[in-house]
Design a protein around this ligand. Structure first.
Ligand code: K1U
Ligand code: ZN
Length: 172
């Protein structure tokens, strides 16, 4: 297992459409382990493979409370199959946009389908943080970031800040 470096905006990899996983190989199992380790280390409640630079449709999540036992989830080729009309606002963060949090409105409840590492297809309904998180992670697989839901003014402000930081780091 290893902790992999996180891809940070404005890296263009974050805008890629990730490819479906065709077969569950030892590389895919290794990737899942590394994603979980990287997510717990960050710490975060979710991670998409592209956030460690791998453009495949894989997500890890754990929305258990800190005092509870860990509940790691590995989602292969996840998709939203139903979303409620009712919407709710949640303050979101993103490991690819460190220390920036903003309110985003999304469907309140969703039903999602995915394959497990054992090759089983699962359908599950979610509300609360799990619903928000799975939508945020599936967006990553389609090159969408939560800042895309904000006003142009807010998005440009955060992009400018991270572009400047990237330039400073490249020059250092
Ligand atoms: O995909 C990511 O960038 C991970 C992101 C997921 C997410 C969080 C909140 C709302 C929607 C999606 C994070 O995990 S950001 C970090 C975070 O929220 C957190 C960190 C430690 C403890 C609890 C939450
Ligand atoms: Zn994110």
């Amino acid at each position: 297992m290893s902790i992999r470096p996180l891809v940070i905006i404005p890296d263009s990899k974050l805008r890629l459409i990730s490819e479906p996983v065709k077969e569950i190989t030892s590389e895919i199992r290794q990737l899942a382990e590394d994603m979980l380790e990287t997510m717990y280390d960050a710490p975060g409640v979710g991670l998409a493979a592209i956030q460690i630079g791998v453009p495949v449709r894989m997500v890890t999540m754990d929305v258990s409370k800190s005092e509870e036992e860990r509940q790691p989830m590995v989602l292969i080729n996840p998709e939203i199959v139903w979303a409620s009309e009712e919407r709710r606002v949640y303050e979101e963060g993103c490991l690819s946009i460190p220390e920036y949090y903003e309110e985003v409105e999304r469907p309140d409840r969703v039903r999602f389908r995915y394959m497990t590492l054992q090759g089983e297809t699962v359908e599950q309904e979610a509300d609360g943080l799990l619903a928000t998180c799975v939508q945020h992670e599936i967006d990553h697989l389609n090159g969408v970031l939560f800042i895309d839901y904000l006003s142009k003014l807010k998005r440009d402000r955060v992009l400018t800040k991270f572009r400047k930081a990237a330039r400073r780091e490249a020059g250092a």
